[in-house]
Design a protein around this ligand. Sequence first.
Ligand SMILES: Nc1ncnc2c1ncn2[C@@H]1O[C@H](COP(=O)(O)OP(=O)(O)OP(=O)(O)O)[C@@H](O)[C@H]1O
Length: 365
Amino acid sequence: MSAARPPEGAHTAAAGEGIPSNAARPPEGAPASALLEVRDLALWLRSGDMPAPLLDGISFDIAAGQMLGLVGESGCGKTVLSRTLLGLHRPGSVARVAGSIRFAGRELGTLAERDWRALRGVGIAMVFQDPMTALNPVLTVGTQIGYALTCRLGLSRAQARRRTLELLEQVGMPDPARRAHQYPVQLSGGLRQRVVIALALSGNPQLLIADEPTTALDVTVQAQVLDLLDGLRRERRMAVLLISHNLAVVAAHADRVAVMYAGRIAEIGPSAALFAAPRMRYSAALLRALPRLHDDRQARLQSIDGRPPDWRALPAGCRFAPRCPQADARCAAEPPPLSGDLQTPHRFACWHPAPAGPALPQAAR
Ligand SMILES: Nc1ncnc2c1ncn2[C@@H]1O[C@H](COP(=O)(O)OP(=O)(O)OP(=O)(O)O)[C@@H](O)[C@H]1O
């Protein structure tokens, strides 16, 4: 564990001064390439008579300005992982945690609650699925953002008012001055999610975790919100972890994708490569189970047979083996490791991987 403080200046934006680019200045001790480094993370939560092993051997990096998509079926551990990265488990609920989470050169695994509170919203911020639960229904959106700004950044009320309008403008809110005086219920779902994103940006985070940020929205608005997140991370060089059920949505916006299955990473690699030719059988099945925009009418959606395993009865070998048509005795007995090492761009955990795809142009890797 390191006693390093959050980067100086990360929370000193004054209204009208623009946004200091945290990510452009890697803090001391942090390699320029990785803002978040997760290594062999494993987590057991207390649950009844035995600890629930919900995460196992999770390793990945996110660099400043990069978007990593995290996909997988319901229950695979996406939310548990994001809550772990934010230190948001209920007090006393963690039975054991192993491995390491380094953010901006600082080990988070051993932070005290007071330090987590200082980090949340400023270093790492979160956008949740349902904007209505993230917003206070009895306060205007301007009051809520202004409050976050005065608490997190110590701005004066006048500075906070100006900065609120800037933030609303940045998230594409039409007529920000008028909207700032409205209550969440007076806004459409898409505009409410923009307010939630503005709130998340108010602490000028270096990493934004967006957990199913568009699930509650219709398809056109979903695309607008994802384009917004994509634009913001480029402008601000902010790292984004985008969590979604939908591999196609993620592949369209993220640089890299991690596919989770039953608490483990099953495959991780550049979006284009993974989308064009997933190697692990589960990722391939996940992709086949998605509607594609230009499917011909003959193409039929395939669902993935079976259900993910319960954590009380995890298979000894590959956790996907009971559902995999390619599985053999080795798959049932031995867990396949992720191929390659941390420097390998495309890694997958499968004893019988699908064939490699055609080589992609450098830009798509
Ligand atoms: N406190 C807990 N104790 C025991 N099991 C838990 C606890 N919290 C979550 N789980 C279990 O952990 C597994 C992963 O849950 P999680 O919510 O992370 O899945 P998810 O991938 O985010 O799913 P969804 O896409 O539906 O949100 C599930 O089986 C869930 O029931």
